[in-house]
Write a protein that binds this ligand. Structure first.
Ligand SMILES: Cc1cc2nc3c(=O)[nH]c(=O)nc-3n(C[C@H](O)[C@H](O)[C@H](O)COP(=O)(O)O)c2cc1C
Length: 334
């Protein structure tokens, strides 16, 4: 099957996407990932109910930037009319809509949303039909393999989704029961790609250039989506793009990883300031950017005690000055 670089009518400049991640994929981090080569970025999951019923000016997740476009908003919910109402609110703020049908968190599943929808393929069909006939932007879904190993139904759901007007499917081929542990079965991605004609986005377990290429080769998916490996590591998109184009791993970047991490965190900080995000976001990203350092737990402990932005940025500045031996450590690790 031919690979495409479009989702619906939205043209994409590459094939590597940033996965939605609650607590991490805020507007600043998404913009950073876009700068370093992500072709599409996605908001964290947003409650349809909150969008419809809360004061929109209080919802941090609605913050977007021109630079990050094209952007996909991800919503969760189970009531079809509520999801439609929420979708109408965000229709003009993004280029693509994604509905979460994979989240295994109890709080989401208990509402009949997220991965709970996998138990109701017909209901999934109805949601997509309603959205695709009432919205002007492409409707996409993010699913899992199924509820459990005994109930793998991702191919069935993909066919229903396509029939009802879905423009692309992202598949994270773990089950709801697996959560984030155990193997992601990439054969399921391959089977879905063989079963439908709309673009397929492969997700789950991509950690570097080699695994990215392997996902494309093994599944023939159109796009790949990177989650955890992008946290604190926005350069992963540039590295994978380079590798797919030139077939070489960017050793020069790897050697400068320590210096790069500090520089990248400062770049995140500027975007964070511009979009007036919460201090918790800055702190969480600081911990993630420096998590690969040899004394990461000390850094985590110190960062977690910090009370404000200027103290945090002073700390990051001091890393630059005093931890020169870390650079040597990284060079020795490569
Ligand atoms: C901290 C965290 C938050 C996540 N939040 C979301 C979310 O809001 N929406 C969603 O569809 N998936 C969410 N996921 C799942 C990821 O998007 C992705 O499907 C999963 O981590 C597998 O990809 P990976 O192996 O590249 O991390 C989250 C994962 C993590 C680790």
């Amino acid at each position: 099957m031919k690979n495409t670089q479009k989702i619906g009518n939205v043209k994409l400049k590459g094939r590597i996407f940033l996965s939605p991640m609650a607590g991490y994929t805020d507007v600043a981090f998404r913009t950073l990932c876009k700068r370093y080569g992500a072709a599409l970025v996605v908001t964290e999951l947003i409650s349809s109910n909150t969008l419809v019923n809360a004061d929109l000016s209080t919802i941090q997740q609605l913050k977007t930037s021109e630079e990050e476009k094209p952007l996909a908003f991800q919503l969760f919910g189970s009531d079809i009319n509520l999801i439609l109402k929420a979708s109408k609110i965000i229709e003009n703020r993004c280029e693509i809509l994604n509905i979460n049908m994979g989240c295994p968190a109890a709080a989401i599943v208990q509402q009949g949303s997220g991965s709970a929808l996998l138990e109701k393929p017909e209901h999934i069909g109805k949601i997509i039909k309603k959205l695709s006939t009432n919205l002007s932007i492409p409707i996409t879904i993010k699913i899992r393999a199924g509820i459990s190993k005994e109930n793998i139904n991702a191919v069935e759901i993909a066919k229903i989704a396509e029939k009802n007007g879905c423009s692309a499917i992202c598949i994270h081929p773990r089950t709801q029961k697996q959560g984030y542990k155990g193997d992601a079965d990439w054969n399921i991605i391959k089977h879905i790609k063989e079963s439908v004609s709309i673009p397929i986005i492969g997700n789950g377990g991509i950690v570097d250039e080699i695994s990215a290429k392997k996902m494309f080769n093994q599944t023939n998916c159109d796009f790949i989506m990177i989650g955890r490996a992008a946290i604190g590591n926005p350069m992963i998109f540039q590295r994978i793009n380079n590798y797919l184009k030139k077939g070489i791993i960017d050793e020069k970047f790897q050697e400068s990883i320590f210096v790069e991490k500090i520089r990248l965190f400062k770049e995140y900080h500027k975007l964070w300031q511009k979009h007036e995000l919460s201090f918790v976001s800055l702190k969480d990203h600081a911990v993630s950017f420096f998590s690969g350092f040899p004394n990461a737990s000390t850094h985590r402990g110190s960062i977690n005690k910090i009370k404000d932005e200027s103290e945090l940025m002073d700390y990051v500045g001091s890393l630059n000055q005093t931890d020169r031996n870390l650079h040597k450590y990284f060079i020795n690790q490569i």
